[in-house]
Design a binder for this molecule. Structure first.
Ligand SMILES: [Zn+2]
Length: 163
């Protein structure tokens, strides 16, 4: 996202030179630079023995299952977003969260931070924004996630991770 107006005071931003970043939108009143920023999201592969938790959310993909995902809130660490999104969407508690790398969604301006996390406790309680969720065999996940390229890339990393 590129800032044109100051998100704090609303005045039109000026361009200010900032070292190797070049010209950056700047508000002289608030003395703050507003860098172009993608929205950070977390994507989580939740693992329980040889199972992975898959969801169906038609507003994301019509014919494909997906992993738990969500936006990182302001003032929140990505790892806390993982715990919060997993709890909100599935009712489960996870631990041993490990970062698997990032992906960028062009056009949507999303920076996807991908994680593996292990089931710790709790029963599945489906949130209203999820149509279906359940444990699937990790070996079947790639077929069931046909449309979700980023999710499939995460599953491939999970398969490397757990061997
Ligand atoms: Zn301002």
């Amino acid at each position: 996202m590129k800032f044109i107006y100051c998100p704090l005071c609303g005045r039109k931003l000026e361009e200010k030179y900032s070292w190797d970043e070049g010209g950056v939108p700047y508000c002289p009143k608030d003395d703050m630079l507003f860098f172009d920023v993608p929205k950070p999201c977390v994507v989580v592969a939740i693992i329980k023995e040889n199972k992975i938790l898959l969801l169906k959310q038609s507003y994301i993909y019509k014919n494909s299952k997906v992993l738990v995902s969500g936006y990182v809130s302001p003032d929140e660490k990505a790892e806390d977003a993982v715990l919060r999104e997993v709890k909100e969407e599935t009712g489960l508690i996870v631990d041993n969260i490990k970062y698997l790398g990032s992906d960028y969604v062009k056009g949507k301006d999303l920076l996807m931070l991908t994680y593996i996390a292990y089931y710790k406790s709790g029963e599945i309680v489906k949130s209203s924004e999820v149509e279906w969720l359940d444990w699937s065999n990790i070996g079947d996940a790639l077929n069931e996630m046909s449309e979700d390229e980023i999710g499939k890339a995460v599953v491939r990393k999970v398969l490397e991770e757990i061997g």
